[in-house]
Design a protein around this ligand. Structure first.
Ligand code: PEP
Ligand code: MG
Length: 752
């Protein structure tokens, strides 16, 4: 019988429809293998899915092997032909399995008699989903056309199989619908912005970040004016306590982030009006709601984000008093047990929610900006982003579960999902701080230094626990972003000194403000720009706002007193920029000298290489600076002309592009020739496929999100510098993205 490969590819749509019709994930997988084996006229078709936590491939569906084996057969990565296909991320076609050195037939599932073997990995990007396997009794039954067909099918099925895998892991057996009747869905797919899992009741903000009015409570309550007074008193003491906790954990915000809340709680027009309403016969709950809603209406009218933020502050207070009015001594007052759903979120709002113990955040598509995601990671609050409008149909108080590791939101999760979530939480907690070595070496003993990127002082704990060798990038804009006004020189000094102290005088690199682009300060009069990423951003902002810049430089110079001080400047586009910066540093030094204040008069000054122009002049910059760091998050965006925050073009934003490899290589060569210290501090420094390239071209210093230090170290320790060199040399000779991808797949296993 002939194989109907073309038909099968055409019928992939049929497979997808099968998923929509299936009542159980297992049924769907079983239909898939039946359909493929029928069209390909093969004796066996099986799907193995990769269980990330167990690091095992598990047989999930088969046509042709013993059905009892489903769920029981588990393979290690690299085990047998199937395991090897996934480990090496390549398809393997074997004419006669009994003669293959990789073959390890699994006992008791009846596969010994099948000679022809075709295994194709199922991948989402470069992440492993599973393996699709065909087997046939006739040796040499599969040809290159079959391989192509199976690859096409595997690509089409990858997304759905990835979801299926997750659902199986979480034990979802209910009817799955990804069709149009969205409200029935129990599951929304998003992308992860900050890892973690969270469970709680939905609390909604408006689609554009505006505070929604508190909903009027029609329930009859027995609460009295005394209860109201008690609730207000409790709210005040809770907020004062929070303020104290914050001072301990997040020094950046000693600036009384809840001062507005406390002021309002003590304000007679605000609290006084509520009391009057209660005396006139309103319930305390309704009095709170009426007054709060009035204020929200007032503030929401404003175009200024700062005022809209105030509306959220007022809602925050209303929310707290209402929770404190609820009977029960343990009323938390804060957002514990709640998951925030929002269209947009200001950084300061995120901090407030996080400090008030919100469990997690779900943001609608457009609301995600790079710094919001970075901030969520630093605050360690699980967050996902989705473009599914269904989000806004979720009613308040709906039971939600976020699995931000996978980017999934479960609505009204089943008992099984919740049980699995609890287990997941425990395993992640256990895995939170794996063992790390003090120093990292490749297999052939090349020393690579791993530094941490720090956004908030709270990140230091992780960095220290995971033995970071220093701070390769301190994003100094974060204290500016999360507060309501510019921090003073003294406040900045405190933060910068703390960084040095906590790191025990290990190397620390302060980056000056990177404001603009997607990071706007709500308290500065921001002119709207049609291309903010090409506008008044980073060093351009600092050079234009010299006073703000000087205040920051003075604080850094002072924090560096009797210490080694490194200051780095973002988005340098010319040597001239850098010379301007140097002049301002000199001016600040002269001022401090005159004022007889202690400071470091000899800071090391460095440039971030983030623009194509900086790549072109890297040799000159290498001569002029004391160090350089490659900010690949921006470098990729500017070289490829792809906005790093725009979901529409996120598929075009890629580091594994010939132009990017070559640009990084040129910077590395320039730095080596001029003996200029060089590091990489963009996200690619933690990319397992990029690390060998970076090492191969001579980069010895990586600065990464501190949570990723262990995986980066593992990667470094398993590869050899000698092979990395060869790997990099070959990569630099490749001219297309497709060939790069093929090369990466083929060479995965050749680096060790
Ligand atoms: C970068 O651009 O790679 C970088 C590290 O800076 P940021 O992500 O803060 O823009
Ligand atoms: Mg940058």
């Amino acid at each position: 019988m002939k194989k109907e490969t073309v038909d099968l590819i055409c019928n992939v749509g049929e497979l997808i429809r099968l998923f929509e019709k299936s009542t159980r994930v297992e049924d769907f997988l079983s239909s898939v293998v039946s359909l493929i084996s029928e069209h390909m006229n093969t004796h066996v078709c099986s799907i193995y899915l990769y269980h990330e936590a167990k690091k095992k491939l598990i047989l999930k569906a088969t046509k042709g092997l013993r059905p009892e084996a489903i769920g029981k057969v588990e393979l290690n990565l690299g085990q047998g032909i199937t395991g090897r296909a996934l480990k090496e991320l390549r398809d393997i076609c074997v004419p006669k399995a009994s003669k293959s050195p990789f073959n390890e037939p699994i006992k008791d599932i009846g596969e010994e008699k099948y000679e022809a073997f075709l295994a194709v990995p199922i991948l989402r990007g470069l992440s492993r989903v599973g393996v699709l396997v065909l087997q046939h009794q006739t040796p040499g039954f599969f040809d290159s056309q079959d391989t192509k067909t199976l690859k096409a099918i595997s690509a089409q099925l990858a997304v759905i199989l990835e979801n299926a895998q997750l659902m199986l892991e979480l034990g979802i057996e209910r009817k799955i619908k990804i069709s149009n009747s969205k409200m029935d869905s129990h599951f929304i797919k998003g992308i992860s912005a900050s890892d973690g899992t969270a469970r709680g009741k939905a609390l909604k903000l408006g689609a554009r970040g505006e505070a929604l009015f508190l909903t009027v409570n029609s329930e009859k309550t027995e609460t009295t004016l005394d209860d109201f007074n008690r609730a207000v008193g409790l709210s005040i003491s809770q907020l004062e306590q929070l303020q104290k906790e914050m001072e301990e954990h997040l020094n950046e915000m000693v600036l009384l982030i809840f001062s507005a809340h406390l002021l309002m709680l003590k304000d007679e027009t605000f609290i006084g009006t509520m009391k009057e309403l209660i005396l006139d016969g309103d319930t305390p709950e309704n009095a709170v709601i009426k007054v709060v809603n009035n204020f929200i209406a007032l503030f929401s009218k404003s175009e200024a984000p700062l005022m809209r933020e105030k509306a959220q502050d007022v809602k925050d207070i209303g929310h707290r008093i209402l929770r404190n009015l609820k009977p029960g001594i343990e009323a938390p007052g804060d957002y514990s047990g709640q998951i925030i759903i929002a269209g947009e979120l200001l950084p300061s709002e995120m901090v407030k929610f996080s400090i008030q113990r919100a469990e997690g955040i779900v943001l609608f598509g457009g609301g995600l900006t790079a710094h919001i995601a970075i901030l969520a990671k630093s605050l360690n609050i699980p967050m996902i982003m989705t473009e599914d409008e269904l989000l806004f149909q979720i009613e308040e108080e709906t039971d939600l579960l976020i699995d931000a590791h996978q980017g999934h939101l479960f609505i009204n999760p089943s008992k099984d999902v919740i049980k699995n979530y609890e287990e997941l939480k425990i395993s992640h907690r256990l895995a939170a701080y794996p063992d790390v070595e003090e120093k990292s070496f490749t297999r052939d003993k090349t020393r690579i230094r791993i530094f941490a990127n720090i956004n908030l002082l709270s990140d230091l704990k992780v960095a220290k626990k995971l033995k970071s060798e220093g701070i390769g990038l301190y994003r100094s804009e974060f204290p500016f972003l999360i507060r309501n006004e510019l921090p003073s020189e003294e406040e900045q000094l405190r933060v910068y000194s703390k960084l040095h102290e906590e790191m025990n005088n290990k190397e620390v690199v302060f980056r000056t403000l990177d404001i603009g682009g997607d990071k706007m300060l709500s308290y500065l009069a921001n002119r709207s720009e049609s291309n903010p990423f090409l506008g008044l951003r980073a060093i351009r902002f600092s050079l234009k706002n010299k006073e703000i810049f000087k205040t920051q430089l003075r604080a850094m110079l002072r924090a560096g007193y009797k210490r080694n001080l490194n200051i780095m400047f973002p988005l340098i586009s010319s040597v001239d920029d850098f010379l301007d910066v140097k002049n301002i540093v000199s001016e600040s030094i002269i001022e401090l000298e005159k004022e007889k204040i202690n400071f470091n008069p000899e800071p090391n000054l460095g440039a971030m290489i983030e623009l194509p122009s900086a790549v072109e002049i890297a040799p000159e910059l290498a001569s002029e600076t004391q160090f350089m760091s490659i900010g690949t998050n921006d470098l990729v965006q500017y070289i490829l002309g792809v906005d790093r925050t725009n979901e529409q073009v996120s598929n075009l934003y890629m580091a594994h592009h010939p132009a990017i490899y070559r640009a990084i290589n040129r910077i590395a060569k320039a730095a080596q020739e001029k003996n200029c210290d060089l590091s990489v501090c963009g996200d690619i420094a933690a990319d397992p496929y990029m690390i060998p390239f970076l090492i191969g071209i001579g980069i010895r210093k990586l600065s990464v999100n501190p949570r990723l230090i262990p995986v980066v170290q593992d990667r470094i320790m398993e590869i050899s510098e000698k092979k990395c060199k060869e790997f990099a040399r070959k990569l630099l000779g490749i001219g297309t993205i497709k060939k790069v991808k093929d090369f990466l797949k083929e060479n995965e296993s050749t680096l060790t």
